[in-house]
Design a protein around this ligand. Structure first.
Ligand SMILES: Nc1ncnc2c1ncn2[C@@H]1O[C@H](COP(=O)(O)OP(=O)(O)OP(=O)(O)O)[C@@H](O)[C@H]1O
Length: 273
């Protein structure tokens, strides 16, 4: 079995406020999750705003340094004590997809230039190899290179641009893709294209995903595992069907009861600690 993702006592403490009135926020509070599997998986992280989901994503992406603890991805320590990976090695193993695809690329530069850059810098490829890798990556997200070449962000829809972000993330052939709210800025009608793409990339290309979301319905639809976060703590973690079908923790029950159905009208509820 491969340790696809393991966090060991992961903590992240931020200091908020000025010198006089500062306070500490424990954005990650002793996060311990383990996913071992022989097959690639989708792991969802759900929870309301401020629960620490993005901090977890940033820590796993090495955009934030943990205050203590460490994380392992595909049997390799990626952050915290014992990390020996260079930046290039790390980006070959773990790749990000961010919430807003329009912010992932400058509007003054053709988007395919970013894909080439990733192929050369992270993948260590030469010009011809990079050209082939870009074409392959775009094809795997359902786009033709000819439709993308030389174009700028304003020539794409949010959904298309997010697919290009996914293509870019695929170029170094990472094992894990960390996607922080990847569909929240995309038209509702196009969200499922991205969600189904993740499923397809898991099943056909062998990529695992950490899928950070507010959206419990898509989390249920694509995830193999789910971590429920509240105030920096993972309050419930396990098989997605089990956690969401038979939640044990009160916070998970409340989150799930807030989902609107065709029979009930949605009313926002305040979720207690
Ligand atoms: N750079 C920072 N400096 C200080 N505090 C921070 C910083 N980033 C996050 N926090 C705090 O850490 C806590 C967790 O924030 P985080 O963004 O991880 O939550 P989240 O679950 O991703 O929320 P959302 O769904 O709104 O993105 C919050 O209290 C937040 O204010």
């Amino acid at each position: 079995m491969t340790v696809i993702l393991k966090t060991e006592g992961l903590n992240k403490v931020y200091r908020q406020g000025g010198l006089v009135r500062s306070r500490q926020v424990r954005a990650l509070n002793d996060v311990n999750i383990t996913v071992e599997s022989d097959k690639p998986v989708v792991i969802a992280v759900v929870g309301e705003s401020g629960s620490g989901k993005t901090t977890l994503a940033k820590t796993l992406l090495r955009l934030e340094t943990p205050s203590s603890g460490r994380a392992i991805v595909y049997d390799t320590v990626v952050t915290g004590k014992g990390t020996t990976l260079s930046k290039q090695q790390f980006l070959g193993l773990v790749q990000p997809i961010f919430q807003n695809p329009f912010e992932a690329f400058s509007r003054y530069r053709p988007v395919d230039a970013y894909l080439h850059e990733t192929a050369r810098r992270v993948g260590g490829m030469d010009g011809a190899q990079a050209e082939a890798a870009v074409a392959t990556a775009l094809a795997s997200v359902g786009l033709k290179y000819g439709e993308v070449r030389g174009k700028y962000t304003n020539q794409f829809s949010g959904g298309e641009l997010q697919r290009i972000s996914v293509a870019r993330a695929l170029i170094p052939q990472p094992k894990l893709i960390v996607a922080d709210e990847p569909v929240s800025m995309i038209d509702a009608s196009r969200r499922m294209i991205i969600i189904n793409l993740f499923k397809q990339l898991r099943d056909e290309a062998g990529r695992s995903f950490l899928y950070i979301t507010h959206d419990l319905a898509t989390a249920y639809y694509i995830s193999d595992y789910v971590a429920v976060m509240n105030k920096g703590v993972v309050v419930e973690f396990g098989d997605a069907r089990q956690v969401m079908g038979d939640p044990q923790h009160d916070y998970t029950k409340l989150l799930l009861s807030s989902i609107p159905t065709t029979k009930t009208r949605w009313r926002p509820r305040k979720v207690a600690a």
